[in-house]
Design a protein. Structure first.
Length: 312
């Protein structure tokens, strides 16, 4: 959910480095696990086994390219016509390889700390803390990857600097609700939880109906947006002020990805007509038919882009 005030633009130099790095490596997500070479029967079978295979590929990719500058996996597991939506990075697998090498040379101790991963259909969503320099708070990043034929074909991401003192008391990554695990719940819950969150999101964010918080959110609601106080009352106060400040706010969901008790919504928020707006990923956790926890990452849509694909 969006903060009560417009998200500030990241400081030029730092943002460029963080977005450049976080995206590049993220996008360079083409580093893959020790799976058979593309085109083989085993890869085809693995691709059909989707969630587990795709998660393993993405995790190996992010770690390999971002932390070690490994580019061989790009040749093996990223489509040559790789489509990039990060505004700092051009399309193509060759670009990824070059970026991976440059990134590792500039930040040899960088860490891609993956917190949670969910997969549905041909999409994988990864929530991470990207730290370029040891000891720094780093950046909160959501990456979304689309697979095609066992290879990574497309990528979207959203990145935000981690603040020093969050208003809600929770950090941007931990799991506070019970059970305290970062792993998604049982698969049989996916369809019902996706339907619940899609409806709740439409009522609260698209239609701006604050009473949706009473219907779909738990009284034990835990908030990880650093600008909104914890709990349902905090959400009512924060979002109520946000809606009043921007009465022409338009929220357009672009894609919803769910697995078990975790449901992510990738959206375009535009505070007022004519603005470029913000790319936002909201991640919700559902338990017992109620939303019990929320994480998000927010990034301004820039005026220019290194590719022609847009952020959505």
């Amino acid at each position: 959910m969006s903060p009560t005030t417009p998200v500030r633009s990241v400081r030029p130099v730092r943002k460029a480095a963080v977005a450049f790095v976080a995206s590049i490596a993220v996008l360079g997500a083409a580093a893959v696990p020790a799976v058979a070479a593309p085109g083989t029967a085993s890869v085809a079978r693995a691709d059909h086994a989707r969630p587990g295979y795709q998660k393993a590929v993405v995790e190996r990719v992010l770690k390999g390219v971002f932390e070690r500058g490994d580019t061989e996996v790009v040749d093996r597991f990223v489509r040559p016509d790789y489509i990039q939506h990060n505004p700092s990075v051009p399309d193509g697998a060759e670009t990824l390889k070059n970026l991976g090498v440059a990134l590792h040379q500039q930040f040899p101790d960088a860490k891609y700390d993956i917190k949670r991963v969910i997969s549905e259909g041909d999409l994988v969503l990864v929530h991470s803390n990207v730290v370029l320099t040891p000891g720094s708070r780093g950046t909160a990043v959501f990456d979304i990857f689309r697979f095609q034929g066992g290879k990574i074909a497309e990528h979207w991401d959203v990145g935000q600097d981690v603040p020093e003192k969050p208003a809600d008391g929770n950090d941007m990554f931990s799991t506070v609700s019970w059970p305290r695990t970062n792993q998604p719940g049982p698969g049989f819950l996916t369809a019902s939880n996706k339907k619940l969150v899609t409806t709740a999101f439409d009522q609260l964010l698209v239609k701006k109906d604050l009473s949706a918080l009473d219907r779909y959110w738990s009284s034990e609601y835990e908030q990880h947006n650093p600008n909104i106080p914890n709990g349902v009352d905090g959400a009512k106060a924060g979002l109520g002020g946000y809606f009043k400040q921007f009465p022409q706010l338009k929220v357009t969901p672009k894609r919803v990805i769910a697995e078990g008790d975790l449901v992510a919504v990738h959206s375009h928020y535009v505070n007022a007509p004519g603005e470029r707006g913000q790319a936002i990923v909201d991640l919700f956790r559902v338990r017992g038919g109620k939303i019990v926890e929320h994480w998000d990452v927010i990034q301004d849509v820039p005026a220019t882009s290194a590719n022609d694909n847009g952020m959505f």
